[in-house]
Design a protein around this ligand. Structure first.
Ligand code: HPA
Length: 243
């Protein structure tokens, strides 16, 4: 089964029919995770709202381990994470879609691994290619003619505040093409569980200092509401093509 983790602007699976709700118990802080399963053209899809119901959990407080574990435990084997980002590369301006191929993790203090306690042996996963190639291709193909940048380095910052201008300049020097707050540890935890994982990113603003405008929640909200139509279109085509 394929799963979708919806981020800011995508907290309900309106694209699914016959939706069933379930609360999955997890061993991570006794967190119960709500997963909605439904169908899209005969395919069963699991949907999870990353920030919880009502979009109340900030990026640094998301229980990433519980979320991924819950999806895996109900039989999900591939996950598309939808993430709002700030654009750094010229191809990633507000409203643009991207499927990044690399990650740099600047987040800190998050529970970021399943391989910590009660281990038989120390375990290191390979993370050379953080995203699943097949799932990325599925998303890129699903965009067909639509403007979607099929590459890019996702820099994951801690949030919830946005970056300073100098921080964005450092991200740029490091080779980051976009900046978000939720790409990690999600991608690494998926890999630890053996889940295929890819990110569909929607740019909702120019990263701090790259435009003359200050970044406001209002402006982000406006880009989100129009850009989500493109996200949903690509997402649905990719899901239908998934086997
Ligand atoms: N920075 C970090 N995360 C974000 C941004 C940003 O500018 N926009 C949306 N998510």
């Amino acid at each position: 089964m394929i799963g979708v983790i919806g981020g800011t602007g995508l907290s309900e699976p309106k694209f699914l029919s016959d939706v069933q709700k379930q609360q999955v118990s997890t061993p991570f802080d006794q967190q119960k995770v709500q997963i909605l399963t439904g169908s899209l053209q005969g395919k069963t899809v699991a949907f999870l709202a990353r920030h919880g119901r009502g979009h109340k959990v900030p990026p640094h407080r998301v229980n990433y381990r519980a979320n991924l574990w819950a999806l895996h435990s109900i039989g999900v084997r591939a996950v598309i994470g939808v993430n709002a980002v700030g654009g750094i590369h010229p191809e990633t301006g507000p409203g643009k879609l991207a499927v990044p191929d690399q990650i740099i993790d600047y987040s800190w203090g998050r529970e970021h691994t399943y391989f910590a306690d009660g281990l038989d042996a120390v375990t290191h996963i390979d993370f050379t290619h953080p995203y699943d190639a097949r799932l990325r291709k599925l998303l890129i193909d699903a965009a067909q003619g639509r403007a979607l940048w099929p590459q890019g380095v996702y820099g994951c910052t801690q949030g919830p505040r946005l970056e300073s201008g100098a921080e964005v300049q450092r991200l740029l020097r490091d080779g980051c093409d976009m900046v978000g707050m939720t790409g990690m540890p999600e991608a690494a935890l998926a890999r630890e569980l053996g889940l295929a994982y890819a990110c569909l990113a929607l740019s909702v603003n120019w990263a701090a200092g790259l435009s003359d405008e200050l970044i406001t929640m209002d402006a982000i909200g406006q880009v989100l509401s129009t850009g989500m139509t493109d996200v949903l279109d690509v997402l649905q085509k990719a899901i239908v093509a998934f086997d």
